[in-house]
Design a protein around this ligand. Structure first.
Ligand SMILES: C[S@@+](CC[C@H](N)C(=O)[O-])C[C@H]1O[C@@H](n2cnc3c(N)ncnc32)[C@H](O)[C@@H]1O
Length: 216
């Protein structure tokens, strides 16, 4: 029934996984990372594919990402860029930034993706106003409210701000009085994104929750 919200059953999930499975070089990156303790931070193919669609739909000239990790989501988005389009991706951890840069080089995407090493709040103020078609937020969750302030300045009218993990791993389903700092930041982000008159926002029940906001 159309008004129900439900997770796909295992057979449907397997069929979807087959349809969404990445090709090389992303396929190789997921395989290389399979045993890594932080592998679950990689953007899942269902969201990766969604990001690619949104990059293409918004023109794909300039994309901003906060939270590079090993470059998974950047590698999903890069092929969807327009000719000459670029991605600026921000990563605080120098080892992760170097690993992402090496992967992107190997994947032939280094010319389209620039990895900026350092805390995002040090890089964001130097980026140009209204220059971005899409901003994808996927770094430290307590930073989301501040990242939203920057994204509102950096994304052009008609562009999109996409934030991953807005369900906080399920924490947002608990009473707000039980929020820790991470849950409070995610709740604040999402409620503000829904209410801010400069944005038109919806929440997708993809993965751990994805907020998609159009900048008016
Ligand atoms: C969930 S992972 C990003 C996953 C990535 N989008 C992908 O698909 O592979 C979050 C990343 O944000 C980085 N991070 C955490 N705090 C940060 C900050 N203040 N500035 C920039 N990056 C940060 C972490 O080091 C981590 O690599």
């Amino acid at each position: 029934m159309a008004l129900e919200r439900h997770a796909p059953d295992p057979a449907l999930a397997a069929w979807l996984d087959g349809l969404l499975a990445p090709a090389p070089p992303l396929q190789d990156l997921y395989a290389e990372m399979a045993e890594d303790e932080w592998a679950e931070m990689m953007t899942h193919p269902d969201l990766g594919r969604l990001l690619a669609v949104l990059v293409r739909a918004t023109g794909g000239r300039r994309v901003l990402e906060v939270g590079t990790f090993v470059g998974t989501s950047a590698a999903w988005m890069a092929p969807a860029l327009a000719a000459g389009g670029t991605i600026d991706t921000l990563e605080a951890d120098p080892a992760r930034a170097a690993r992402a840069a090496a992967f992107l080089e190997r994947a032939g995407l280094a010319g389209r993706v620039q990895v900026h090493t350092g805390p995002a709040l040090e890089t964001l103020p130097g980026l140009p106003d209204g220059a971005y078609d899409l901003c994808y937020l996927d770094a430290d969750k307590t930073g989301y409210p501040a990242y939203l302030d920057h994204a509102l300045r950096l994304v052009r009218p008609g562009g999109l701000i996409v934030a991953d993990n807005v369900f906080g791993g399920g924490a947002l389903g608990r009473p707000r009085g039980q929020d820790d700092a991470r849950a409070a930041a995610l709740r604040g982000y999402t409620e503000r994104a829904m209410a801010d008159p400069r944005l038109l926002t919806t929440i997708l029940t993809v993965g751990d929750g994805v907020a998609v906001s159009a900048v008016r």
